[in-house]
Every structure is written in structure tokens, then in C-alpha cells.
Design a protein around this ligand. Structure first.
Ligand code: KIV
Length: 272
């Protein structure tokens, strides 16, 4: 707990840029519901991402593509009701911003109005420049997302490390600079070589938050259910598990079943 800087009463997009200039690393985690967000927020996290990874983690889809805008707003609303300190960033889901800038703005306005989130995140660089401009012009803060962009999984074909080749690395740097110039307040860099991520973080004045991008960036993000060890079949190299909640929960549920079958639960003090 001592590593938490309580100076940021409500973390804002401005405080994140200050953290970067003060060399203070930014902590970010996903959350998709009230109860988990309350725990994560009271632990002192800087940013809660209502990620479209809810599509995998909460709904059991293979990819992030099926989750809808209505579903993202539902998840984000619970998180907003829970969090007192963290900045809340909400993913624009696949199909809610790619077709044109007006639709991107409409989707972002719905997120801000109906969930109460503080910012939106979207995947891509120059190819979505009109959408980014339109959203920012409406006063909505935008976080970029480069490297492995899971909404384009069918274009990539795999979830392997991105930008290992010079050409892709060069495009990634150009896109990062472009997102900064456009007015994005931060960028997520997913699954790229640590050296490249460090280079990007050094080139930019806005924070670069990494996942599978090494420790030379300005902050880290993980999916909460991965960190807690609930998704035990998912084992990427970048993941550090802080708990084995899968086994702990399985054991707890098993004990409950045993107690029910043995008529040991409820006992006398647990009834009226
Ligand atoms: O949806 C998500 O959880 C994300 C993180 C992996 C950055 O975009």
C-alpha cells in the first residue's frame, strides 16, 4: 500500500501525464463489474479499464469481436458506481467506431452519457484518424491502442508478438507519434518487443502503458481475472499471477457441496 500516491484524489487524464513526467509508474487493471471494481479501486489502482476483454472473460467468447456497445455500457456503469479514485476508461467495442467518424462520436457519447466513464479507448493508428479527431473535438478523452490489437485478430491470424520486423516497428512508431499529435492522452502498447516499447515511451510525452511490452514503458495493464489466476488455462509469458483463485474457488465450492450433501450446512447458528 505504501507505493500508492494518494496525491491524486481522483486520477484524471492530466494526473497521468504528470505521473509520467514525475517518473511515477501508472498502474492499470481491467474490471467489468461493481464488486471487483470496488476492490481494485480501494486497493489504489490508478486506471480501471472496462476492456472489451469482457467478451472473453465475462461472456466466454473466443474473441473480443462479439461484445456490443450496450453490453460495454452495462459493464462500465457498474464500475463507475464502484470507483472513487481511479480514472475509468471504457473500450469502444468492435463495430462501434470503424465505419465512420460520426458513428464513432455517437458511440463515445453513449458511453460517456449512459455509463459515466471518463474516457474511451480505441484500437488503431492513422487509419482511424477521423474518428479520433471527431471524438476529441467533442471533449471526450481518447486512449489509443497499438501493437497487438485483438479486434483485428482475423487480419493478423494469431495472437503472437507484433512489430518484430523493422517495417512494422517503423509504422508503430509513426502511429504512436500520430496519436500523440492528434491529442490522445495515453496509449496502450500490447505484445511488442520490450526494446521497441521503451523507444516509443521515450519518444512520447504522453504515457505509454504496456501489456507484454516490458518494463521500459510508463505503466502496466493486466486483465484482472488473469492476475488473480481465475483464467488458469491462459498462460502468456508476460502474465504474472498474484493468486491462484481458480484453485481456491474450486476448493471453496467443493467444500460447500460437501457440507450441503452432509447436511452440515446450515448449522444451528446459521438458521432462524
Ligand atoms: O480489453 C482489454 O482488456 C484490453 C487490455 C488487454 C489492454 O484492451
Amino acid at each position: 500500500m505504501s507505493a500508492i500516491n494518494k496525491e491524486y484524489k481522483r486520477v484524471t487524464v492530466k494526473s497521468l501525464v504528470e505521473m509520467k513526467s514525475n517518473n511515477e509508474k501508472i498502474s492499470m487493471l481491467t474490471a467489468y463489474d461493481y464488486t471487483m471494481a470496488k476492490i481494485v479501486d480501494s486497493a489504489g489502482i490508478d486506471v480501471i479499464l472496462v476492456g472489451d476483454s469482457a467478451s472473453n472473460v465475462m461472456a466466454g467468447h473466443e474473441t473480443t469481436l462479439p461484445i456490443t456497445l450496450d453490453q460495454m455500457i452495462y459493464h462500465a456503469s457498474g464500475v463507475v458506481r464502484a470507483a472513487r479514485r481511479a480514472l475509468i476508461v471504457v473500450d469502444l467495442p468492435f463495430g462501434s467506431y470503424q465505419s465512420d467518424a460520426k458513428e464513432a462520436l455517437r458511440s463515445s457519447i453513449r458511453i460517456m452519457k449512459e455509463s459515466g466513464g471518463h474516457a474511451v479507448k480505441l484500437e488503431g493508428g492513422k487509419e482511424i484518424k477521423d474518428s479520433i479527431k471527431k471524438i476529441l473535438n467533442a471533449g471526450i478523452p481518447v486512449m489509443g491502442h497499438l501493437g497487438l490489437t485483438p479486434q483485428s485478430i482475423y487480419k493478423f491470424g494469431t495472437y503472437t508478438v507484433r512489430a518484430k520486423e523493422d517495417e512494422e516497428a517503423k509504422k508503430l512508431i509513426e502511429d504512436a507519434l500520430f496519436l500523440q499529435k492528434s491529442g490522445c492522452f495515453a496509449i496502450v502498447l500490447e505484445k511488442v518487443p520490450a526494446k521497441l516499447a521503451k523507444r516509443v515511451a521515450e519518444k512520447l510525452t504522453i504515457p505509454v502503458i504496456g501489456i507484454g511490452a516490458g518494463n521500459g514503458v510508463d505503466g502496466q495493464v493486466l486483465v484482472l481475472h488473469d492476475l488473480l489466476g481465475m483464467t488458469h488455462e491462459f498462460n502468456p509469458r508476460f502474465l504474472r499471477r498474484y493468486l491462484n483463485l481458480h484453485d481456491l474457488m474450486t476448493e471453496a465450492v467443493g467444500n460447500y457441496i460437501t457440507d450441503v450433501k452432509a447436511v452440515d450446512f446450515p448449522n444451528e447458528s446459521e438458521q432462524y
